[in-house]
Ligand binder design. Structure first.
Ligand code: OFO
Length: 170
């Protein structure tokens, strides 16, 4: 059974995951209208993943005697400036999500809720991967700068990354 405090904290995280999904969906649209298919595919897939993160929390809250809340969401931006800026935004967003997961883990220890603590370990590992992936992409983009040919190759690279992730997750 979840305490009120844990239930509220998990519901706050549900909203963060849902907003993450919207942010990446907006990034996918921005990349797609500019013809960067690889980056768009990456962002669409990432948006789906965030929805999965949200649903995992929703199920957990409901199964543990709480009530998962589906709330209003802040609208994401529609413009992202450049790929470099967009991936910086993505990286900073993931750092914010990691901080929020850490705070949540801290609350479970204060409340001595070891079942929720255990459940959240999946998110702790996931955040390590997500931050590493975002950092990796940012490193590549920093190497390319604003070179058009470089951006074309980068887009192809990202497309292959999505294809590789798809085949390993099946
Ligand atoms: Fe990208 O983060 Fe969810 O958890």
């Amino acid at each position: 059974m979840l305490s009120k405090k844990i239930e509220e904290a998990l519901n706050k995280q549900i909203r963060i995951e849902a907003e993450s999904s919207q942010v990446y969906l907006a990034m996918a649209c921005w990349a797609e209208v500019q013809g960067f298919e690889g980056v768009a595919q990456f962002m669409f897939a990432h948006s789906d993943e965030e929805r999965m993160h949200m649903l995992k929390l929703v199920k957990f809250v409901n199964e543990r005697g709480g009530h998962a809340q589906v709330s209003d969401l802040d609208a994401p931006p529609t413009e992202f400036g450049s790929f470099k800026k967009m991936f910086e935004t993505l990286f900073n967003h993931e750092v914010m999500v990691s901080q929020s997961i850490n705070d949540l883990v801290h609350i479970t220890l204060e409340e001595r809720d070891y079942a929720t603590h255990n459940f959240l370990q999946w998110y702790v590992s996931e955040q390590i991967e997500e931050e590493a992936l975002a950092r990796n992409i940012l490193d590549k983009i920093n190497l390319i700068g604003d070179d058009k040919g470089g951006l074309y190759l980068f887009d192809n690279d990202v497309k292959q990354l999505v294809a590789a992730t798809d085949s390993t997750s099946k």
